[in-house]
Design a protein around this ligand. Structure first.
Ligand code: ADP
Ligand code: ZN
Length: 628
């Protein structure tokens, strides 16, 4: 962690003043109340020593006849007994009790006078309440000087500051984004250069992208490259139960930034403040004020100030358009999930921190981690290192990497007691997927491994490894994948009989249906439906508009999906039936060894040592995992 070497945040005096005064008042009142009870106790001690007998309430009731005078103050009674001794008693005050004594002729006086301390008990809560409400309302008027400011004062640095040592070298795989932001670095380094030409530089940059894609890292690196202070805060810190807190915090942070300019102010999760205004929920008014304050601050500083605000969000579509206007976050940089090359670079970068066996192939790992963010990849390597330690290894090996990857893809290994017949069925099911995969070598992705180790909700799985980043699929590949998806169920039917098939093929069927539907309704791969897009689909948060489909078209689509999956299932049955012996051999090997690598599977299928050869035809979107 960097040291906080910066000038303290705004107005230390006044803020300290307010909170100190209130704290002081509170402490004083508290002490007064405590002191009061202390005094009272002391009194009682002193009185006991000097004479009066101490009576309990039951004593008082029992010896009612002896009691001559009684002075009641609160629940304390003092007075004289008939023999002249003074007494002191705790009584349970009630009119009936007093009446009883009065009837007996006891002289009763009731002391209602109160010392100033007595009033405290009543007034302290009232005064505090009034102060609190007043305070709250001061905050609400948008002055931000109320409780909000005081609380900010108590807790001034939710803001992380420092001059980061992070540089662009620590950010891998997103070169074009780095390029785009190098201008911001230049500006922070020397703003006069820009002013001289009269160029308008961005004040705000919006980094969008899924969690873990390195938005924070990139922002830090910009500050690090420019060697300027970095202030980081999160949008979620600005909303709270206390109205006005957000406004006060925004003011504070910007004041701090101005004092330390040139600098970079990073606001993570900016959608928490900048969300498109929606229903008028209770929270909304407060958030809107916070957002307004942010806009005011951003409009308020000129180019010469030298502050760059970087906001980060994974929901850019949710942001209020006001935030994106010129002079605000008018530059948007989207960080995609890393592609295959990017993943390899990120893995290589983080692998430097880990002692790794030289045989580990990070390129292959990059192929098998489609959809992983930078943070996921870093985490994967760390998991692998932990697994190596647990297994008593000094270097991270392939098996640690495999374990870590499976864990993050499918969840941790399940230690589950399975009936032998279930294990056997799973082995045949996976063997079915595996064999079908080998039947489509060159068309579908090569098989990476098959296993019957249960993980997450899956009883076993077959994984494929794309050769490179896939942008599209051929019709032949779609068909092949449908067959591979349904081959698990087909194996169940062939080897165990039609009435023994299981529910375990659920996710296979879901995957096949989704693939067929997409191909038919979106990709125009079906002759029957033709080249119309029928469906609504979501691509990376941006909604593709809903195309109205007539009922007739919808029926045709349903029939077509069914025709595709039916045909694929028939093909699967045909392929597996023809090669029953080989599938059986695969299943038995799985039962013996639990996991078979892609090469081992190829060996078993071809009956000889596989020559290591990979075809470059296949390239899917996701590392496909066929769950049992
Ligand atoms: P975000 O802010 O987008 O959620 P972070 O910047 O917090 O993501 O990323 C979390 C961690 O993941 C980083 O600290 C870094 O270790 C790792 N990471 C993410 N993307 C990259 C990348 N492109 N290069 C190197 N490391 C990365
Ligand atoms: Zn399956």
């Amino acid at each position: 962690m960097e040291k906080n070497i910066f000038k303290n945040s705004s107005k230390p005096k006044s803020r300290f003043g307010i909170s100190t005064v209130f704290f002081g008042i509170f402490v004083a009142l508290f002490l007064a109340v405590v002191a009061n009870s202390f005094v009272a106790e002391n009194n009682s001690g002193a009185v006991v020593k000097s004479g009066p007998v101490e009576l309990t309430f039951s004593d008082v009731l029992r010896r009612a006849d002896e009691i001559q005078t009684m002075n009641v103050r609160g629940d304390m009674a003092t007075g004289k007994l008939s023999d002249g001794t003074e007494y002191r008693a705790t009584v349970v005050y009630s009119p009936e009790m007093l009446e009883k004594f009065a009837d007996r002729g006891t002289a009763i006086s009731i002391d209602t006078s109160k010392g100033w301390v007595d009033y405290l008990g009543v007034w302290v809560p009232i005064i505090m309440g009034v102060l609190f409400i007043w305070w709250l309302f001061r905050g609400m008027r948008g002055g931000g000087a109320g409780i909000g400011r005081a609380l900010v004062g108590q807790n001034p640095t939710k803001v992380v500051t420092g001059k980061p040592k992070t540089t662009f070298k620590d950010v891998a795989g997103i070169d074009s984004e780095k390029q785009e932001l190098s201008e911001v670095v230049d500006f922070l380094r020397d703003k006069s250069k820009f002013a001289a030409v009269g160029a308008r530089v961005p004040r705000g940059v919006l980094l969008s992208g899924e969690p873990g894609t390195g938005k924070t890292l990139l922002a830090r690196a910009i500050a690090g490259e420019a060697n300027v202070p970095f202030f980081a805060t999160s949008g979620s810190d600005f909303s709270g139960i206390i109205v006005g807190l957000g406004v006060a915090k925004i003011k504070d942070i910007f004041e701090m930034a101005k004092r330390n300019a040139p600098c970079l102010l990073f606001i993570d999760e900016i959608d928490a403040i900048g969300q498109r205004r929606s229903q008028n929920s209770f929270n909304d008014q407060d958030r809107e004020q916070t957002l307004n304050q942010l806009l005011i601050e951003m409009d308020g500083f000129s180019n010469e100030t030298g502050i760059i605000v970087i906001g980060a969000t994974n929901r850019p579509d949710m942001l209020d358009p006001a935030l994106l206007r010129p002079g605000r976050f008018d530059r948007q940089v989207h960080i995609d999930l890393p592609d295959m090359a990017g993943r390899e670079e990120i893995l290589k970068l983080h692998a430097k921190k880990i002692k790794m066996h030289e045989g580990v192939d990070l390129g292959k790992l990059a192929r098998g981690t489609t959809g992983f963010s930078g943070a996921d990849l870093e985490n994967l390597l760390n998991e692998a290192a932990l697994h190596a330690v647990r297994s008593g290894r000094k270097l991270v090996a392939d098996e640690d990497i495999e374990e870590a990857r499976d864990k993050s893809l499918m969840g941790p290994r399940k230690i589950r007691k399975m009936r032998p017949e279930d294990i056997k069925l799973t082995a045949y099911h996976e063997a079915g997927h595996a064999f079908a995969s080998t039947a489509f070598t060159g068309i579908a992705d090569p098989i990476h491994k098959a296993t019957i180790i249960p993980r997450g909700r899956a009883l076993g799985m077959v994984q494929h490894l794309p050769i490179d980043d896939k942008v599209s699929m051929s019709l032949a590949e779609v068909r092949a994948n449908l067959v591979i998806d349904l081959a698990g169920r087909a194996a169940e039917e062939i080897f165990f009989g039609a009435d023994k098939i299981t529910t375990g093929a659920e996710s296979d069927i879901a995957a096949a249906t989704a693939l067929a539907r997409r191909s038919i309704t979106m990709s125009g791969l079906s002759n029957k439906i033709g080249m119309v897009s029928v469906n609504q689909a979501q691509t990376f948060g941006a909604r593709v508009p809903l195309e109205a489909a007539s009922e007739k078209t919808a029926e045709m689509v349903d029939a077509e999906i069914r025709a595709w999956t039916d045909a694929a299932y028939k093909d699967a049955v045909k392929i597996l039936t023809k090669n029953k012996a080989t599938v059986e051999k695969l299943a038995n090997e799985l039962l013996n060894r639990e996991t078979l690598t892609g090469e081992e599977i190829m060996e078993i299928v071809s009956g000889k040592k596989a020559t290591k050869k990979v075809t470059a035809a296949a390239k899917p979107k996701k590392a496909r995992v066929a769950k049992k």
